[in-house]
Design a protein around this ligand. Structure first.
Ligand code: 5GP
Length: 201
């Protein structure tokens, strides 16, 4: 069986990443790793489903115990990818999506250069602010912080393999599947197939 592909999926807050992922995850070939965080749950968020919500102390003991593939500090809270969320699923042939910010993504770039890096960009910063205001889950202060963070994150987009602009959900999701298809058709992903055709000639 072919191993699954590790997919790093990053987007500044308010880029519609959550709605895009909900569409992508309807396809059972994909699993989105559940991260650990020290931030408080938002209304409706469930422990173990949206995140593993940990205390700072628990998080730090997991860092010390080598339980994270990567971790980063974002807007004053820890976020991290647990090894246990990723490796066994890749072995089972499932494509594992890491929905992580840019610092974590750059760490994965170093340790897993075989991963696929996809950045979701907003059409503009003004549109991003409008979406965050409309979502209404954060205070104005947090929104300002997240907009500033988005402006800091955008230059990193150039370090990813693909950039998808989420102006319209349907188009962005179909761009994502186009990227996956293109990757599956790459010559180095097809070597085994070509060898089999040659052997059976
Ligand atoms: P939020 O608080 O809006 O759920 O997430 C804030 C940021 O943390 C987002 O950019 C999200 O992609 C990122 N994030 C979520 N989980 C992880 C993780 O495991 N590792 C890293 N590095 N970033 C994460």
């Amino acid at each position: 069986m072919n191993k699954g592909r590790l997919i790093v999926f990053s987007a500044p807050s308010g880029c519609g990443k959550g709605t895009m992922l909900a569409e992508i995850l309807k396809d059972e070939q994909f699993y989105c790793s559940v991260s650990a965080t020290t931030r408080s749950p938002r209304d409706g968020e469930i422990d173990g489903v949206n995140y593993h919500f940990l205390t700072k102390q628990d998080f730090e003991s997991k860092i010390a115990g080598g339980k994270f593939l990567e971790h980063a500090c974002y807007c004053g809270n820890y976020y991290g990818t647990l090894v246990s969320e990723v490796e066994s699923r890749l072995e089972q042939g499932i494509n594992v999506i890491l929905e992580i910010e840019v610092q974590g993504a750059m760490k994965i770039r170093e340790i897993r250069p075989d991963a696929l890096f996809v950045f979701i960009a907003p059409p503009s910063i003004a549109e991003l602010r409008r979406r965050l205001n409309k979502r209404g889950t954060e205070s104005q202060e947090v929104i300002d912080k997240r907009v500033a963070e988005a402006a800091n994150e955008l230059p990193y987009a150039k370090k990813y393999d693909y950039i998808i602009v989420n102006a319209a959900l349907e188009d962005a999701v179909s761009d994502f599947f186009a990227v996956i298809r293109a990757e599956q058709l790459k010559a180095d992903a097809r070597e085994k197939f070509i060898d089999e055709v040659i052997e059976n000639a």
